[in-house]
Write a protein that binds this ligand. Sequence first.
Ligand code: KG4
Ligand code: ZN
Length: 392
Amino acid sequence: MIVLGIETTCDETAAALVERKDNGRGRILANIVLSQIADHAAFGGVVPEIAARAHAEALDLLISRAMREADCGFDKIDGVAAAAGPGLIGGVIVGLTTAKAIALVRDKPLIAVNHLEAHALTARLIDYVPFPYLLFLASGGHTQIVAVRGVGDYVRLGTTLDDAVGEAFDKTAKLLGLGYPGGPQVEQEARKGNAARFALPRPMAGRADCDFSFSGLKTALRLEAEKVAPLTDQDVADLCAAFQQAVVDVVADRLRQGLRMFRDRFGMPSSLVAAGGVAANESIRGAMSGIAFEHGTVLVVPPPELCTDNGAMIAWAGAERLALGLTDGLDFSPRARWPLSEVAKPAPAAPAATAKPAPRSLATPLAPPRGGAAAPAEAKSPPVPDDGAKGG
Ligand code: KG4
Ligand code: ZN
C-alpha cells in the first residue's frame, strides 16, 4: 500500500509518500521537508503564528512536489495520513485539514497520526525491528523513554519534568551567543573544549525512575558562565563541552535505568531505538551504543533526516495503522496535547482455537481500509509533562 504523509506540528513543513509491502517492510518514494529555521532564527525559537502561516503557504506545493517525485497520482494512494498532534495547534490544523480535504475529494481513508507514535515507529520503516523495543525520543519538544510493544501500544517509562533535552541544547546555545537551533552548534564547539574545566551537576542521575530534568543544569551553566564573563572563544568551547558531557552522563544513567525497568516489566527488548533531532549528536549516540551492548541488545538509529521531523515517518505510521484497519473519521479534532497512552489501539483479535500465533512483527493482515476502529475520543487529559504542546 502507498500512503501520503503530512507533517506540520512544529517548524518543518513536510510531505512524503511511503510504500508498505505485504511483508511489513517499507520504502520511501518521496520525502520532502521544508525547514522554517530561517523564519524563526531571529527570535531564537519557534513563533507559533509564523509557523502556522508558513505551513499554509508551503504545504500544497510540497504535496504536489512529493507526488511528482514519487511519480504517483492520487488514484494510486491507499490512504492520507497527517500528524494530528501533539504540537503547535495552528500548524496541526493546517496539516490535518489539508489531509481531510484530500481524503474527502479523492475518497481515501484518513489516518490521524500521533506525531510521537510516528517517531516511535520510524525505525521499522528502515530496518527489521520487531516489537517490543525501548525508544529514546529526544527532540526540541520531547524527552521520553517509551516501551513500544506494538502499533498503538506504548508505555511511557520516563519523561522530562521540565525542559526537553533539545530545548536544553537550544537554551545553552542562546546563552552562549551561538545560533538556533543550538544542538549542532553546541556539539561543534564541544569538540574544541575541555569538559573537565567546569563542574556541572548530573540532575536525576541515580534515581530509581527514568525521568529527566534539565532546568538545574541550565542554571548551573549560567552561573559558571557568569563567573568567567566576558567569554572568550575557549570559554564558550569549554562550557559547551562541560554541558554536553553532563547531558551524555544523564542520558546514559537514565537509559540504563529505563532498560532495567523495561526488562522487569516486559522482558528483553529487541533493540534500543533512538529518535528525534538530538539523536544526531555523536556523543549521545556513542553512549547509547555502549549501553545497548552492555544490556545485550542493539542500537538502531534511523538516518538523521528520519530522526528529525519529516513526512515519511507520518506516512509510515499511517501505513502501519492502515494495515491494521485503524482509520479515522473526517471529524477527528486536531490535538495540541496528545499523550501516547491515548493513541487508539487495534481491537484485540477474537480468540480462535486453531489460530497460529502471528509472526512477531511482519505480515500484519491487510484489513479493509475503511471503517476500522473509531477515532479516539477527544479526551481532556490533565496537563502532564511532555505530551507535546511545544511540538517537535
Ligand atoms: O526532532 P527535531 O527536529 O524536532 C523538533 O524539536 O522540532 O529536533 C530538533 C532538536 C533541536 O532542539 C536541536 O537543537 C536538537 O534537536 N539537535 C541536537 C543536534 N542536532 C539537533 N541536539 C544535540 N546535538 C545535535 N547534534
Ligand atoms: Zn518530532
